[in-house]
Design a protein around this ligand. Structure first.
Ligand code: UDP
Length: 242
């Protein structure tokens, strides 16, 4: 396995749930520490890393709205949850001597920087891990859409979508043991077959801007590095066959 990274700049999308570990709410310090170690590994081999984190481990707008809240207020809470997760990851990275900046789509500049595209690109060029918080800053979107948007804006070569399965399968591998992993699928198949890669808004944005996505398992230690080195793990979603 050569140490030369295949990509110079990536956007890593972590769901809020990736931070929970075995718990069912909040942030598990051991889990976030392990993820920070893996991100540090990429930083140390010179990869420019942008990160978008979800908020599902704390609040999801749709869930709160179902329980009776106004959807816009609920989505504001969801976006603020992503800010908390971003601050936790920043802390874990700084504890490991990694330079990092959090930039929020909602102005909250006692806590972190405002998102400015030019400044974000500068941080990345200086090899600072740059965490994009508060989603797109708008209700009715998901952090998958925010990840697609930021990845395109910063000219990332690929979006790495961290999940709890090894990639995209022909069926749900938790339910159907005969399900097999796709090495590659097209955006159109991912959309029309409803394979659950990401929501349609995010997928269409990636397709229209030719941004490939790699779906991989963040719970397999070392797989994030393998993806960046170009090893055959996970599933590539792109228009062209590799
Ligand atoms: N959210 C939003 N606009 C955005 C991104 C996120 O309103 O651009 C809110 C929405 O309520 C969402 C919550 O933030 O449910 C957390 O994000 P998401 O559900 O995408 O987190 P994940 O599932 O990745 O943990």
């Amino acid at each position: 396995m050569s140490q030369a990274p295949k990509y110079k700049r990536i956007l890593l999308k972590l769901s809020g749930e990736a931070l929970m570990g075995d718990g069912d709410y909040g942030i598990d310090p051991v889990t976030i520490g392990r993820i920070a170690d893996e991100i540090k590994g990429l930083n140390r081999i010179g990869v420019e890393v942008g990160v978008v984190i979800g908020g599902g481990n704390i609040f999801r707008g749709a869930g709160l709205a179902e329980a009776g809240m106004d959807r816009v207020a609920a989505d504001h809470m969801g976006m603020l949850a992503t800010v908390m997760n971003s601050l936790a990851l920043q802390d874990a990275l700084e504890a490991r001597d990694v330079y990092v900046r959090v930039m929020s789509a909602i102005r909250i500049n006692e806590v972190c920087e405002d998102y400015l595209r030019r400044r974000a690109v500068r941080h990345l060029e200086k090899k600072r891990v740059t965490i994009f918080a508060a989603g797109t800053g708008n209700p009715f979107f998901t952090t998958d859409s925010a990840a697609a948007l930021r990845a395109i804006e910063i000219n990332a070569e690929i979006m790495l979508k961290a999940t709890k399965v090894d990639g995209v399968y022909t069926a749900d591998p938790m339910k159907d043991p005969s399900a097999t992993r796709y090495e590659h699928i097209s955006f159109t198949d991912a959309l029309t077959q409803n394979l659950g890669v990401m929501d349609a808004t995010a997928l269409v944005m990636c397709r229209e801007n030719n941004l490939p996505i790699k779906v991989f398992n963040i719970f397999n230690e070392g797989d994030l590095l393998k993806v960046v080195l170009g090893d055959n793990v996970g599933t590539l979603v792109s228009e062209e066959t590799p």
